[in-house]
Design a protein around this ligand. Structure first.
Ligand code: SF4
Length: 384
């Protein structure tokens, strides 16, 4: 049976998701689309940017690292849960994503990771913990707005395209494109919210986070409402452990357990009926775990808030114009920037070495890469 046969029939309820329009400069060479990732790539290494950018070769490797894969699934789970909530549970949405990727795989040359089962279990664990984490925290309210047809839609995974006032002989239109993960109301103010799936929490102060600066700038241009700032929501790609049970059948009071307050509390409740009836050492441990957390973080999930004032937004806009003008320079020299990070942060390192060695890198690229438009969202067609 082909993957097409497995698509939902007309009588089956369909998820409210379609592959969204992904215009690239390849579709219309007179339109230039610049993404936020272009800017960081451009400054990281021009050759890497030349491989990946939508206004250059627009390539993605067929065999993508699993951290991209799980991040995309996590974003989809959040998109559904805080939007239409078609699946009713973000874990179910993540599983639907996993199943859709398998169905899309053969047809679109998109490979699921080699360690698919491990990554799937990891994603399920991370997202299941998020639903626990939310039990005593404000989920924030997703803003709904009418779309172009006047139908109210949740502001999740919002693709924005902002026209840039740059004159260029080769382009009729130049856009800055970004995807805003979610627009929320927090304490009566509008905030954009960005999901991140990391191995460890970011240590860089958010004031220096160029992506957040661009997103706040872009959301001001996109929506006719004042935007207070950005919420940077980080998921640690690690599953919390259940409270440790000792050989004598009691619950450990060790403080080095990789668990959270809510999980430990649930374990006490399961064993004693009421956590307050647990032994005092367990209650001390429970209180200690509570002290390590606050309304926006535990060891596995945290959200941080960042704002930009008007002067910062204006300088971000100027920076974007300067960088984009440089990217569109037809005489741009494409020199490389090899660093110790090439071994992990560049998916085109083999091709890069082949270019330097004057090997047949073009055949290698043809065999190992696909167009970004092709790989982007085809899995959405196979959601059930
Ligand atoms: S391997 Fe390094 S130098 Fe080569 S393209 Fe990638 S980032 Fe640039």
């Amino acid at each position: 049976m082909s993957a097409d046969n497995l698509l939902a029939t007309d009588s089956t309820p369909k998820p409210p998701y379609t592959v969204r329009e992904a215009i690239t400069s390849k579709d219309n060479p007179r339109i230039a689309i610049i993404r936020t990732s272009d800017r960081s790539m451009f400054k990281r290494c021009r050759r890497k940017w030349d491989f990946e950018s939508a206004i250059r070769k627009n390539l993605a490797p067929i065999d993508r690292p699993s951290y991209f894969w799980i991040g995309t699934g996590g974003h989809f789970a959040m998109e559904d849960f805080h939007g239409h909530n078609y699946y009713g549970d973000p874990v179910k949405a993540f599983i639907a994503y996993c199943d859709a990727c398998v169905l899309a795989g053969d047809k679109h040359r998109i490979q699921v990771p080699d360690d698919f089962e491990y990554q799937k279990d990891l994603g399920i664990g991370v997202i299941r913990h998020y639903t626990n984490w939310l039990r005593n925290r404000d989920p924030f309210e997703t803003v709904w707005m009418p779309n172009a047809q006047g139908v109210s839609e949740p502001c999740v995974e919002v693709k924005c395209r902002i026209p840039l006032p740059i004159e260029h002989p080769d382009f009729d239109e130049i856009y800055y494109q970004m995807t805003l993960d979610r627009l929320v109301v927090r304490d009566g103010e509008y905030w954009i919210l960005d999901w991140k799936f990391f191995k460890q929490f970011s240590a860089t102060p958010l004031e220096f986070n160029g992506q957040m600066s661009a997103y706040i700038w872009g959301s001001h241009a996109m929506w006719d409402v004042p935007i207070a700032g950005a919420v940077y929501h980080e998921f640690l790609k690690k599953i919390p452990e259940p409270a440790r049970i000792l050989k004598n059948g009691t619950i450990s009071t060790a403080k080095n357990q990789a668990t959270s307050h809510i999980i430990y509390r649930d374990a006490l409740e399961a064993m004693y009926g009421d956590p307050n009836k647990a032994p005092s050492d367990n209650i001390l441990c429970l209180n200690w775990l509570a002290d390590q957390e606050d309304e926006h973080r535990d060891k596995f999930c945290k959200r941080t808030f960042t704002t930009r004032n008007q002067a910062q937004l204006e300088s971000e806009g100027e920076r974007i114009l300067m960088e984009v003008s440089e990217m569109l320079d037809s005489n741009l020299p494409l020199y490389t920037n090899p660093t110790r990070d090439c071994g992990w942060d560049c998916q085109f390192r083999e091709a890069c070495l082949m270019m330097d060695r004057d090997d047949d890198w073009e055949s290698f690229i043809a065999a190992t890469s696909i167009s970004r438009a092709e790989e982007s969202e085809e899995w959405r067609r196979y959601l059930k």
